[in-house]
Every structure is written in C-alpha cells, then in structure tokens.
Design a protein around this ligand. Structure first.
Ligand SMILES: Nc1ncnc2c1ncn2[C@@H]1O[C@H](COP(=O)(O)OP(=O)(O)OP(=O)(O)O)[C@@H](O)[C@H]1O
Ligand SMILES: [Mg+2]
Length: 118
C-alpha cells in the first residue's frame, strides 16, 4: 500500500476529486494547508484568494492537500490523473509525494489491508 499525497491549487480540488472518482478511487482525505515551494511563496495568488491576515507580505500560499491510500499498482494511474487535472504549466501547479503505508484497518468491521482501503 502507498499514500499518494498531493498538494494542489485550491481551485483544482473539485476536478481532482471527480477525476479520481471516475477511475474508481472514491475515498480521499482533504486538508486545507498553506505552503511554499521553490519560489518561496513569491508568486502571489489573486488577493481574493488570500485570508485577510495574509494580504501583506504573503510568504505562505493557501493550498489543498489530498491524501489517497491505494494499492501499489494504482499509484501510476492516480499520479497520472492528478497531473492531468492540475498541470497548467504555471508555477505552483503543485507537488505529489508517495509514501509507504504499513497497514489499514476499517474500524466498523475490523478488516485489514487491501480490503480496508477499497
Ligand atoms: N520539498 C517540499 N516539502 C514539503 N512541501 C513542499 C515541498 N515542495 C513543495 N511543497 C509544497 O507543495 C506546494 C506546491 O508547490 P509548488 O507547486 O510551488 O512546487 P515547486 O517545486 O515550487 O514547483 P513550481 O516550480 O512548478 O512552482 C507548496 O506550497 C508546498 O506546500
Ligand atoms: Mg512553486
């Protein structure tokens, strides 16, 4: 099992979620995050997208982070879909990280492993 962690633009969340659903990945965790990449947050989004407190000297940009646990063989498809939906060619399109996952437990049934991530 792997965790695919993608940090994406806020306005791509809905399309990303829908595209993953279409390839059979309905389960997803989403976080509201702030972050910066190689440009150190100096590419400023439109002011309407920023919280009031961040309009001056913004160095952390609001993003969405999604976490998806999948079997190893699904990782290439998940990465491809996230890239397809999120790539505009502009700075800040996002990043994807892939991490090992040791175990999964569905609390309701006690199922473990692959059956507990589908
Ligand atoms: N090495 C990293 N560690 C942790 N988070 C990161 C790292 N690189 C990027 N991020 C996160 O990913 C978000 C999006 O990064 P971004 O798309 O700007 O990456 P980038 O490497 O600067 O690429 P680009 O040059 O296309 O902008 C950042 O806001 C930050 O939250
Ligand atoms: Mg960047």
């Amino acid at each position: 099992m792997k965790e695919v962690v993608a940090i994406i633009q806020m306005n791509k969340m809905e399309a990303t979620k829908n595209a993953l659903d279409i390839i059979g990945i309905p389960s997803i965790t989403a976080y509201k995050v702030t972050g910066r990449g190689k440009q150190k947050g100096l590419i400023i989004p439109h002011p309407s997208e920023l919280p009031e407190s961040g309009k001056k000297n913004m160095r952390y940009i609001p993003k969405r982070m999604v976490s998806i646990m999948v079997e190893d063989e699904f990782v290439p498809a998940v990465v491809a879909v996230i890239c397809k939906v999120n790539r505009t060619g502009n700075y800040g399109d996002g990043r994807i990280f892939i991490c090992p996952v040791e175990e999964s437990v569905r609390i309701r049934t006690g199922e473990r492993g692959s059956v507990a991530i589908s």
